[in-house]
Design a binder for this molecule. Structure first.
Ligand code: DMJ
Length: 538
């Protein structure tokens, strides 16, 4: 336009200047306008240079450090893997192991916006717009699609008010509805997205998988006013709530032949057969974890009306306290293990989400509401246990050679014969799975504990973890999983950066170093993949 003006004969200089002014103003407006500019209140934090910023300089510098980590990871993704599912951070290449559906960008968008990384957010949303997920013909994990893609789409929509993400979420859910067409009506383990019932795979169901779609599917129903998504996801609750009448948990009819009988009604085995019989161990760890998490989070997210789910959650907490927890005699470790014909002192990194969820429950009054039936524990008991388990989880970082926790570890315990104590002595800790894959659960729990206690110790622990991640996993293009936390070398890097690193680990670190006005927990619930959903008030 400016160039054109100069070439039009007879145009006076003042008119040219006026034109420049208009074009300049237009350009500036364009620069600052982006379709993502209407950000939900409470979602985004104040930038470092905002005079209203309430963070002390130390916390601010830690938070800035986390933002730099995120920028580094995102830049590497955009440079070497834009449009692909994941960056391979050692070989500086790309992986489409999820079927070329943009797993990293859809999982990262809300983190980018939360951190005021507008340019990066805009890049991410352009990437998502360029991918046609309908072209994906691969068989996908229904659970992962729901927590990463549907969850990521919903929170990107809530954060940015951009309806593209709502329709993306609807597309994902529509493409998965046939996965619920199984004998008991729970989600299949795998299926071909956009396929049919005949594409459903899996010889049975896994508790975490079938119990971890309700938050996202119910929320989609709420946003769209279309009950179909909630209906399919809620079948599990009806099934579990009907067990009491069938003699749960003592009736052997409910189990496979050699399966352990559950010691408490609130604990469920890992597997359910297509015929509805249980087998496997109970725990709050791998393959069961988010089932328990979502009992509580559904109650909170949907306005504290799901009293039956809250009661199931309280039963589960009671079961945890009575059957899944053991202290060592020096109280150094609180072991959150699993139950299968007795207690097993093995912990996953995954189980370390539990302290955070327990604290969230206390913050929302899950154990102190009026009309609560008599229970063997109080809110204070829950807080103390959460503090102790989180300390154990943190110690698995602090006491490892890389200062990063292994993925699974076993406490070898010996009965304490020198006292009358029922607590055991730890004789050894064996790394059952020595890898470190950038998982979020420990920093997730530190975040909730900090919000609840305001104890700076949790920020210090989170900071140690952030520094260890930077020191041991950083590569030229991103951050890489380690094959073994006892071997620190370039060959020890596993060339993988899962999407939950930006979605969760970096987000929780950022939130740990933010004040409580950022994603206030009485307004937002973070899904199991750390995607914030706004609480639905009745
Ligand atoms: C995430 O995808 C989710 O947090 C899930 O619930 C469990 N595992 C990973 C991260 O470790």
């Amino acid at each position: 336009m400016f160039v054109l003006l100069l070439f039009v004969k007879g145009v006076e200089m003042s008119q040219v200047l006026y034109g420049i002014l208009i074009v300049g103003a237009y350009t500036v407006a364009l620069l600052f306008y982006s379709p993502s500019s209407t950000i939900s209140p409470g979602f985004q934090s104040r930038p470092s240079n905002d005079p209203e910023n309430q963070l002390n300089p130390l916390t601010q510098s830690r938070r800035d450090f986390v933002v730099e980590m995120t920028k580094h990871a995102w830049k590497g993704y955009m440079k070497f893997a834009a449009g692909a599912d994941e960056l391979l951070p050692v070989s500086n290449s790309r992986s489409d192991r999820w079927g070329h559906i943009g797993t990293t960008p859809i999982d990262s968008l809300d983190t980018l916006l939360l951190m005021n990384l507008r340019e990066e957010f805009d890049e991410g949303q352009r990437v998502m717009r360029s991918i046609d997920i309908r072209k994906c013909t691969r068989s996908v994990s229904v659970f992962e699609m729901i927590i990463r893609h549907l969850g990521g789409s919903l929170s990107a929509y809530l954060a940015s008010n951009d309806t593209f993400f709502l329709s993306l979420g609807k597309d994902v859910a529509d493409g998965l509805l046939h996965a619920f067409d199984t004998p008991l009506g729970f989600a299949a383990h795998q299926t071909r997205i956009w396929g049919t019932k005949s594409d459903n795979e899996g010889s049975g169901y896994m508790l975490a998988e079938i119990g971890s779609n309700q938050l996202e599917m119910r929320y989609l129903s709420h946003l769209l006013g279309d009950p179909r998504y909630a209906q399919v996801s809620e079948r599990l609750n009806t099934f579990l709530q009907g067990l009491d009448k069938k003699g749960w948990p003592s009736s052997r009819e409910l189990y496979d032949d050699d399966a352990p009988t559950m010691p408490h009604k609130g604990l469920f085995p890992t597997f359910i057969s297509m015929e509805g019989r249980f087998s496997g161990a109970a725990g709050w760890a791998s393959r069961t974890d988010s089932f328990y998490e979502y009992l509580l989070k559904q109650w909170i997210l949907f306005g504290k009306r799901d009293v039956e789910l809250l009661e199931m959650y309280e039963d589960a907490v009671e079961g945890l306290l009575q059957y899944l927890l053991k202290y060592t005699s020096d109280k150094h470790y609180a072991v959150l293990g699993y139950f299968s014909y007795g207690f097993h002192a093995t912990m996953d990194h995954l189980v370390c989400f539990a302290p955070g969820t327990l604290i969230l429950g206390v913050m929302h009054g899950a154990h102190s509401y009026s009309g609560r039936r008599e229970r063997s524990f109080s809110s204070d008991d829950v807080v103390n246990v959460a503090i102790d388990i989180a300390a154990t989880c943190y110690r698995m970082y602090a006491e490892s050679p890389a200062k990063l926790s292994p993925d699974a570890y076993e406490f070898v315990l010996r009965q304490n014969s020198e006292s009358n104590s029922s607590d055991d002595v730890v004789t050894n800790i064996v790394y059952r799975n020595p890898k470190y894959i950038l998982r979020p659960e420990v920093v997730e729990s530190l975040f909730y504990l900090y919000r609840y206690t305001n104890d700076e110790r949790y920020r210090d622990w989170g900071w140690e973890i952030a520094q260890a991640i930077e020191k041991e996993t950083k590569t030229m293009s991103g951050f890489s999983a380690l094959k073994n936390v006892s071997i620190m070398s370039d060959e020890g890097k596993a060339d993988s950066m899962e999407s939950f690193f930006i979605a969760e680990t970096l987000k929780y670190l950022y939130l740990l170093f933010s004040d409580s006005t950022v994603l206030p927990l009485d307004e937002w619930v973070l899904t199991t993949e750390a995607h914030p959903l706004r609480i639905v008030h009745p």
